[in-house]
Design a protein around this ligand. Structure first.
Ligand SMILES: [Mn+2]
Length: 249
């Protein structure tokens, strides 16, 4: 038995193969797991729980429900794309939403789970935006708008974000080591698992002579990627679509 970690699937109707890969992963791998943790940006965007049963999202909602009802706990830690996941999503899927940083004992190892965007402290502009959209007052106001208005606003944010990102030095958008040290020390963890940067890797370093590890999960783009942890250690498993289908433009 193992605990599985995934992030940055960016599920949306424009990438049906990724959704298919995820649904297969639930049936083939996740069904026998101790637990599944989804560390943010599971969806490309999430404008409110009222989209959970729309044609686009229903298969995902129902597949998560099927998994949790079979007794596999599924935890989701919202990212910068899906921070509006809420109570109705929990009820419909049986998933539990975590707030970050989330600390757990992972087979004896004190572990911290995050999405990763809050560690990119060099990107001051982004952190300001993050603070705004994570504000409960802002969220209540946003969710009170019509579905179409919310989708339009999200698309606008995405456009602005893409323009801004294109002009930013890439180092700024990576994690800041001081921020990592601080959060790991504060929560007394020796392993940090996060996604967000799309720079999959395993970093080994020390804080006050204590060995630390930071695992960065891969985004799902063409292939899927799963971090599998058990009492003996961890491995990264690549997932490929069983029957590759031509992409129709
Ligand atoms: Mn992200």
């Amino acid at each position: 038995m193992a605990t599985l970690f995934i992030s940055d699937l960016h599920l949306c109707s424009k990438r049906p193969l990724i959704t298919e890969l995820f649904l297969d992963f639930l049936k083939q791998d996740a069904v026998s797991a101790d637990a599944l943790y989804i560390l943010g940006d599971f969806y490309e965007f999430w404008v409110g729980d009222d989209i959970a049963m729309t044609e686009e999202y229903r298969p995902i909602t129902e597949a998560l429900q099927a998994l949790t009802s079979r007794g596999v706990p599924v935890y989701i830690l919202p990212g910068n794309r899906d921070f509006l996941l809420g109570k109705d999503f929990e009820t419909l899927t049986g998933c539990k939403i975590l707030t970050e940083p989330y600390r757990l004992d992972l087979y004896g190892r004190p572990t911290l789970l995050m999405h990763g965007d809050s560690l990119c402290t060099d990107d001051v502009e982004y952190q300001k935006f993050r603070k705004q959209v994570r504000d409960p007052g802002w969220q209540t106001g946003f969710l009170a708008k019509s579905l179409q208005d919310r989708i339009d606003l999200f698309n606008k944010y995405r456009r602005i974000s893409m323009e801004v990102t294109a002009n930013k030095p890439t180092e700024i958008m990576d994690t800041n080591q001081q921020a990592i040290d601080q959060v790991m020390q504060q929560h007394d963890a020796t392993l940090l698992i996060h996604g967000h940067t799309h720079r999959p890797d395993e970093h080994h370093f020390e804080i006050n002579k204590r060995a630390m590890i930071r695992i960065v999960l891969a985004d799902w783009d063409g292939d899927g990627s799963v971090l599998r942890v058990d009492k003996d250690g961890w491995t990264v498993k690549k997932l490929s679509a069983n029957q590759p289908k031509p992409v129709i433009h």
